[in-house]
Design a protein around this ligand. Structure first.
Ligand code: AMP
Ligand code: ZN
Length: 458
């Protein structure tokens, strides 16, 4: 298996430290509001990677945290006049439901920052002890000049690091690039007791502390969106490496590209932020998932009406092939074809893997022989499992309500088709055609096959 490592800028063979136990940490959401479609991209991408790893190794431990301490959370809680836990519990639950609707399997651990304050405080103490951090005016700062490899992941030199770091004129900083490990809380802000007074952790330290607590000092894979490379991941490396006496932190760094909407960056000011929760009211989660997997994970993906319609059609094609094989028992012990698995093992090349899957659907439509059909069905289902697609019954897929709000429901369609059947039995061909054309005008296609009428949303 080959993975592109941001640390080296190259695709490298993936060799886990312990072939019996692969460890992976992915930065999860800050839960102060609904997740947008961009937030879903790392969840889906690393879900596919975890599925592939689980197939290739006896044990995989996948950690995706929940950030439940953050100033945006504090602001949301203050606005509603509630404790931060009301906000974080609400949006963490919604996040998990939304991701489940996208076919994302739960990670092995979903740790919360509020449950790891002792580990965070202890790691900060260690960093102070070994001279990599210092306390000043209720703050604790990491001293970036104390870590010679600082800037290695993002490829930034001292000058651009300074340009990138938000230079606040904080008198207690020894160096402008130093970042916060701990900061004081005022009486009306959430805070925890610490050797430096009541306060709260800075953002970066949580991931270093939770990765150590759940996975150990050196982990195999660390992932997240590419916006996290600097400063978040650069800072995680500095903290963990210095807390662990120079031992490497993560061996492979993987970063997904961004998702844009109609070729524009999603932003509140443009008003084009698409929430997963809203989208799910208008389309099956599987459509969203397929859009996210249509491009290679390191490339940008554009979300627009066309790619969504295209994804629906693709799923119609795949489920259409499976529907033709409805009565076929999938062959035992047959897994996804080699070409498909090879594509995924080549730095998670999902576009190529999907092309292989469509090839299978074509073969399914042509197959006449029972053994061949059984083989193809098993291959399609297993390939689908690796991508987190095609796991529902074809009938369930074809009964999903389409985008248009005025489209008839599956029950309404079935009732109309029963009426049409009666008309046909009475040789009322005009009435039969009228019902069919009427449905077509409302976005439902009816076909007459040898097993009777069949319908699907256009
Ligand atoms: P946040 O809750 O903002 O920390 O983001 C959670 C995850 O979503 C991080 O891994 C981000 O890199 C990722 N992310 C945020 N916006 C986008 C986007 N537009 N496209 C892809 N990934 C994103
Ligand atoms: Zn992180």
């Amino acid at each position: 298996m080959q993975l592109h490592n941001t640390l080296t800028g190259t695709k490298q063979p993936f060799v886990p430290l312990d072939p019996q136990r692969v460890t992976m940490y992915v930065c999860g959401p800050t839960v102060y509001s609904y997740a947008h479609i961009g937030n879903a991209r790392p969840a889906v991408v690393f879900d596919v990677l975890s599925r592939l790893l689980r197939r290739n190794y006896p044990q995989v431990v996948y950690v995706r945290n929940i950030t439940d301490i953050d100033d945006k959370i504090n602001a949301a809680a203050a606005k509603e006049g509630v404790d931060i836990s009301v906000i974080t519990n609400r949006y963490a639950a919604i996040y998990h439901d939304d991701m489940a609707a996208l076919g994302v399997l739960p990670p092995d651990h979903a740790p919360r920052v509020t449950q790891h304050l002792p580990q965070i405080i202890q790691m900060i103490e260690r960093l102070i002890e070994n001279g990599h951090a210092y306390a000043a005016e209720g703050h604790v700062l990491f001293h970036t000049l104390s870590f010679k490899d600082y800037g290695q992941l993002s490829g930034r030199d001292e000058q651009s690091l300074m340009a990138g770091a938000r230079i606040e004129v904080a008198p207690y900083k020894k160096h402008a690039g130093d970042f916060v490990l701990w900061k004081p809380s005022s009486a009306d802000q959430p805070g925890w007791d610490s050797p430096w007074g009541r306060g709260r952790p800075g953002w970066h330290i949580e991931c270093s502390a939770m990765a150590e607590a759940l996975l150990g000092e050196t982990i195999d894979i660390h992932g997240g969106g590419h916006d996290l490379i600097f400063p978040h991941h650069e800072n995680e490396i500095a903290q963990s490496t210095c807390a662990h006496g120079g031992k490497p932190f993560a061996r492979y760094w993987l970063h997904n590209g961004f998702l844009n909407v109609d070729s524009q960056k999603m932003s509140k000011s443009i008003g084009n932020v698409l929430l997963v929760h809203e989208l799910l009211k208008h389309m099956p989660g599987e459509v969203i998932r397929l859009v996210l997997l249509t491009g290679h994970y390191r490339q940008p993906v554009d979300w627009n009406d066309e790619v969504v319609a295209e994804a629906r059609k693709k799923l119609d094609r795949l489920y259409g092939a499976l529907r033709e094989l409805e009565d076929v028992q999938p062959a035992a012990n047959v897994s996804a074809p080699e070409g498909f698995v090879r594509a995924l093992e080549d730095d998670l090349n999902t576009p190529m893997a999907l092309a292989e899957l469509f090839e299978l659907a074509r073969a399914a439509n042509k197959a006449r022989d029972a053994a061949e059909k059984a083989q193809i069905k098993a291959q399609m289902l297993d390939a689908g499992q690796l991508l987190g697609l095609l796991q529902q019954n074809p009938a369930a897929w074809f009964s999903h309500a389409p985008a248009a709000d005025d489209a008839p429901t599956a029950e309404q369609i079935e009732a109309l088709l029963a009426e049409r059947l009666r008309a046909r039995q009475n040789r009322q061909w005009g009435e039969s055609d009228r019902i069919r054309d009427d449905l077509k005008a409302r976005g439902v296609l009816v076909e007459d096959g040898k097993d009777g009428q069949r319908w699907r949303y256009a």
